[in-house]
Design a protein around this ligand. Structure first.
Ligand SMILES: Nc1ncnc2c1ncn2[C@@H]1O[C@H](COP(=O)(O)OP(=O)(O)O)[C@@H](O)[C@H]1O
Ligand SMILES: [Mg+2]
Length: 321
């Protein structure tokens, strides 16, 4: 299907195009004479996300001509080794082809602009959905489906040796078609580490640059450890709690403060005992006590549900004591 959009309507005239304009990236910019930025759709710690048009795909009449581009402008103070590392990490995301993970097509650079080309998703994030939901929570059966889909994406990534490391409602995208997609794998970590200064500690830099969201990070991440699967398990359990309860398990405390205060999460009434044990095990502040894999967490959460439904259905004289 040919697209009706005319790049000239956005101020793009290929014959006049020489390099990048001054100022921050904005609609009308063309990256590598190919990607025309149409509209800014998101911005965060150190990046901007644009809806964009792939002019080559458009010329070929491909339906994938509309893409999303996430870009970062790296200053001169950023270590080139870390830039290479970021590109390498991003390229690994191209192998993550899974129905619940946003497709990453490529990572490239033009001058100081580093950009990732992705499929364009139509819909809204889980944080937007939660904001609009009564008591900011979702019905348990809805949560169970989300846990299945997000868990499937995370397990797949872990199987390929990739940790998400910034799992939170803003990084879960709910497409208008109903599909659930994980976005924003944290490839910005290398940049965050590269701009460390002697006055500022690692954690503060990771937070300032958006590489860590303290409210969802495990105590180990907050203590500066390298990201690993167990951190995703913790954030996933925290996310599950939030979707069911409408509040975070340790209130305003982050996981490190919760550890110091010996805090425990309040019981959620809409889940059965086995599901509750699964959530608590995922939320263990000490990583030695935590569920080790996402698969284990998902199985615990859903098989527990089936077990409870099965038992509720059985006649009382048949139930084991
Ligand atoms: N592939 C995409 N398609 C459509 N919108 C997207 C896409 N990727 C990101 N966005 C939008 O941009 C926002 C920020 O993207 P994200 O990758 O989470 O960047 P950040 O690192 O700034 O959090 C998202 O919350 C979402 O609204
Ligand atoms: Mg994000």
């Amino acid at each position: 299907m040919a697209l009706k959009i005319d790049p000239r309507a956005y101020g793009f005239h290929p014959e006049k195009c020489t390099g990048l304009p001054d100022g921050p990236p904005s609609p009308g910019w063309v990256l590598k004479s190919r990607f025309l930025l149409l509209k800014e759709i998101g911005s965060g710690g150190q990046s901007q996300v644009f809806k964009a048009m792939d002019l080559v795909a458009r010329k070929a009449g491909l339906s994938t001509a509309i893409v999303a581009i996430k870009l970062m402008v790296a200053g001169e103070d950023v270590d080139p080794d870390f830039i290479s590392l970021m590109h390498r990490e991003a390229r690994r995301l191209r192998d993550l082809v899974h129905p619940n993970i946003v497709r990453v097509y490529d990572m490239d650079r033009t001058g100081p602009v580093h950009f990732m080309v992705m499929e364009f998703l139509e819909g809204r994030t889980l944080s937007a959905l939660l904001r609009e939901s009564p008591e900011r929570k979702l019905p348990p059966n809805h949560v169970e489906r989300l846990v299945q889909d997000i868990g499937s994406a995370l397990s797949f990534a872990h199987g390929k040796g990739i940790v998400h490391s910034d799992l939170k409602p803003g990084n879960i995208f709910l497409e208008s078609s109903g599909a659930v997609k994980l976005i924003d794998f944290n490839i910005a970590c290398p940049i965050a580490r590269s701009i460390r200064t002697s006055e500022e500690d690692t954690l503060r830099i990771l937070i300032r640059t958006g590489a860590i969201t303290p409210a969802y990070a495990s105590p180990q991440r907050l203590q500066g450890a390298e990201p690993c699967e167990a951190d995703d398990v913790f954030s996933f359990a925290l996310l599950t709690y939030l979707m069911l309860a409408g509040v975070r398990p340790f209130g305003p405390k982050n996981a490190l403060e919760a550890l110091e205060a010996n805090a425990t999460p309040g019981r959620i009434n809409s889940v059965n005992d086995a599901q509750w044990r699964t959530i608590c095990s995922g939320l263990a502040l000490n990583d030695h006590d935590r569920t080790t894999t996402v698969r284990e967490f998902v199985d615990g959460f859903s098989s527990a549900n089936k077990q409870s439904l099965g038992r509720a259905w059985l006649p009382s004289w048949f139930r084991p004591v």
